[in-house]
Design a binder for this molecule. Structure first.
Ligand code: SF4
Ligand code: SF4
Length: 482
């Protein structure tokens, strides 16, 4: 991909030549994308907070109950046996991300990634509130450690820790539920050491990440940042600089003197660089460090408006569009990603639509497939009934499809299964030799007591060739007469 890359882009903007960290102080910016991101972040944070509280079908909307190995997702309950569905769900979501990245670039990073959402809209908000704008923050960082500075730093870091603890506690609620988290918060740490240590470590990691590590996570650690360079092409929507329109750059003075008559629209004000949370210069082309936050679009638009020039010198466009060529939105790779996305989501949706609050399994017992004795041909099965709900449940078990005379023993009639428990019982089927006419299939049917659902499993009753059985009968009868 042509990216207007300059040779000095081999280094990371936030790491100096001697390996030390260059701390960034991104300037504040206003504009349509900043406002839209703020609204979308508020919605996403609200969703994150509300999901463990809002109940769907008697459970929190998202509750990954590790203790009982039950996953509750928007009214669907997945037991350990249904985990295969997660594979298709996660694969489908993975291809959705591929599809969106190939179409819209790093829209996930800039608009929805928890790292960006929490950092930009909670932790930087705290920083701005206490330390002020970028100029004041930079000045403060190089000022002596006076009492007011110590006080400010203490207040800021106390709020960081509080916010990190809040995020970590909510995260835990997705696995143990809000009432359980609340109960643990009121109990002494000694009563739940492992959870307490988990919370302390999680809070510590979040605090470290959002107070200090920040953009390094996107630049140095996040694998998606690296992966996306393989997913985008010349027709992907990215945030880019229109070099054809912007170059050669003017000085700010030129821009005021010769409105509209200057060779290029970029006034080299560096405003786009000052607002960038990863410290890069978008005019150098598409870079790995760009998290697609659109701050540079708003920053440059503001400058363009002031200079009475059209907005969009830095804008959402494809590399082809930025180079003045046509953008091909529909491409073969999008078709492939869409197909794989449809397969993953299709299987997951079908699986979810067929989920029931119980699981029924019928398997043949280990050993001989059938036993023939003096009176019967016998088959032995194991019936496994899992109750996925948190209430005890009563089920009625019946057999359908077997021949007349089939004698059933073991698991029969009404079965009570404890909450989140399972019952495994033998089911013995005997067919009298006289009426046995060969292998047959039958269905084990389970009905819940409220009549809301029914589960069925088909199995085969096996036995010898009926002709051989008759001959054996005749021989025995002949032997008896002799
Ligand atoms: S280059 Fe622009 S879009 Fe990319 S991270 Fe920097 S400010 Fe955000
Ligand atoms: S904000 Fe716009 S005009 Fe200013 S340096 Fe960046 S691209 Fe050029």
């Amino acid at each position: 991909m042509s990216t207007h890359l300059s040779p000095n882009l081999d280094s990371v903007t936030t790491i100096r030549d001697d390996g030390s960290r260059r701390i960034l102080y991104p300037a504040d910016v206003r504009g349509r994308f900043t406002l839209a991101r703020r609204i979308s972040a508020a919605v996403l944070i609200a969703v994150y907070i509300l999901l463990p509280w809002v109940k769907v079908g008697g459970y929190p909307a998202v509750f990954l109950d590790i203790a009982t190995r039950r996953f509750h997702l928007f009214g669907f309950t997945l037991a350990a046996q249904d985990v295969w569905l997660m594979f298709f769900l996660i694969t489908g979501l993975g291809f959705l991300l591929f599809f969106l990245t190939a179409l819209l670039g790093r829209v996930w990073c800039g608009w929805a990634c928890p790292q960006t959402v929490f950092l930009e809209h909670i932790f930087r908000g705290i920083e701005r509130m206490i330390d002020g704008d970028a100029v004041r923050r930079r000045a403060l960082a190089s000022s002596p450690w006076t009492a007011p500075r110590v006080l400010r730093a203490t207040a800021k870091h106390a709020l960081y820790i509080l916010a990190a603890a809040g995020v970590a506690h909510l995260f835990l609620a997705y696995f143990v539920s809000i009432p359980h988290v609340w109960a643990m918060m009121r109990a002494a740490p000694a009563e739940h050491w492992s959870t307490f240590v988990f919370m302390a470590v999680a809070t510590g990691i979040l605090y470290f990440n959002f107070s200090w590590f920040r953009e390094q996570l996107c630049i140095v650690i996040c694998p998606y940042g690296r992966l996306q360079s393989a997913l985008v092409d010349e027709n992907t929507l990215v945030i880019g600089y229109d070099a054809g329109r912007g170059e050669p750059r003017m000085t700010v003075t030129d821009a005021h003197k010769k409105p509209g008559a200057a060779p290029g629209d970029c006034v080299a004000c560096n405003r786009c660089v000052q607002v960038c949370p990863t410290g890069i210069d978008i005019r150098n082309g598409l870079q790995l460090e760009c998290v697609g936050c659109a701050a540079c679009i708003d920053a440059c638009d503001e400058v363009m408006v002031r200079l009475h020039r059209p907005k969009g010198l830095v804008r959402y466009d494809s590399p082809n569009g930025l180079a003045g060529k046509a953008t091909r939105w529909i491409r073969p790779r999008l078709g492939v990603y869409a197909f794989l996305l449809a397969v993953g989501m299709g299987v997951a949706s079908w699986g979810l639509s067929t989920l029931h609050p119980a699981v029924l399994g019928v398997t043949r017992m280990i050993g001989a497939p059938y036993i023939v004795d003096a009176r019967f041909v016998r088959n032995q099965f194991l019936v496994r009934l899992v109750n996925k709900t948190t209430e005890p449940a009563r089920y009625t078990l019946s057999l359908r499809g077997g021949p007349d005379g089939l004698v059933r023993s073991g698991l029969t009639g009404q079965v009570e299964v404890p909450a989140l428990g399972e019952v495994v019982e033998p089911l013995i089927l005997q067919q009298p030799r006289g009426s046995y006419s060969g292998p047959f299939t039958f269905r084990t049917v389970v009905q819940d007591s409220a009549g809301t659902f029914q589960l069925e499993r088909q199995a085969e009753f096996l036995g010898p060739d009926p002709q051989l059985l008759r001959e054996d009968e005749s021989e025995r009868a002949g032997g008896g007469h002799g």
